[in-house]
Design a protein. Structure first.
Length: 252
């Protein structure tokens, strides 16, 4: 049993290393920020930090039109797969707000004002990156997470992952219980990478923090109702891992 669990965890970690933290919050995969990810701040004087009551709204269904092909979607390229394990996996990710490698590179190279404009039009990946940069610049936590919650309510699983990354890795925003809650939501919405990311957080939490994380997760699930409040379809790239785990014997 121990060997099987070890194998399952190893497989999960291999997948999560590919899908853990693409984008500017690239800490879990231990990648240093690229030149593109260090978005220039010389245009920061024109950046508008929206008040809480003016958080950009997003449509209930993720947009599939109205954006440049560089700005939206996850196109499968076996030579540049990004976090996707297959073409089917790439389609699943794109439909839930994850940017493909080409889209990610493009968005990370945009000025902050352009990211803001795209986010206000409902581009889920641009909104996630914009929220990240607002958090880095000291925007109140309520504003940052309200934006990501709105995007998650529209169907963006990527917004849940980004919220977890911000709460886990950003010193001024750090809240380990909150990070655990968002990673739990990521998994419940279908992206099983959230389970392994949650495990990484669990190992440093106290019992009290784990209990608080559970309370936060349930409150968020009911309040923002990601994926319509229903357990999400398991991400194709993780189906084999999940099925293997279900078949594991329960005895030690």
């Amino acid at each position: 049993m121990f060997v099987l669990v070890s194998v399952l965890v190893a497989v999960a970690f291999h997948l999560v290393r590919r899908s853990a933290v693409p984008g500017p919050a690239g800490v879990l995969d231990a990648r240093a920020p690229s030149g593109a990810s260090a978005v220039a701040v010389d245009d920061a004087s024109s950046l508008r930090v929206p008040p809480v009551e003016a958080v950009p709204t997003v449509p209930r269904a993720l947009p599939s039109a109205g954006f440049d092909s560089r700005e939206y979607g996850f196109r499968w390229n076996p030579q540049d797969p990004g976090v996707a394990a297959s073409a089917e996996d790439a389609r699943w990710l794109g439909a839930r707000g994850f940017p493909g490698p080409d889209v990610e590179r493009h968005l990370l190279g945009l000025p902050l004002v352009t990211l803001q404009e795209l986010s206000e039009r409902g581009d889920p990946a641009a909104l996630a990156f914009y929220a990240y940069h607002l958090a880095r610049r000291g925007a109140p936590r309520e504003q940052v997470f309200a934006m990501l919650d709105a995007s998650a309510a529209s169907g963006s699983v990527y917004a849940l992952k980004m919220a977890g990354d911000i709460a886990f890795t950003m010193r001024d925003q750090r809240d380990m219980a909150l990070a655990r809650a968002y990673y739990g939501l990521q998994a419940r919405a279908g992206d099983q990478a959230g389970l392994t990311q949650a495990y990484m957080v669990d190992v440093v939490l106290s019992d009290e923090q784990r209990f608080r994380a559970s309370l936060i997760e349930e409150d968020l699930w009911r309040r923002i109702r990601p994926t319509g409040g229903q357990e999400g379809e398991v991400r194709p790239g993780f189906k084999a891992f999940v099925e293997q785990g279900r078949r594991a014997p329960s005895k030690p």
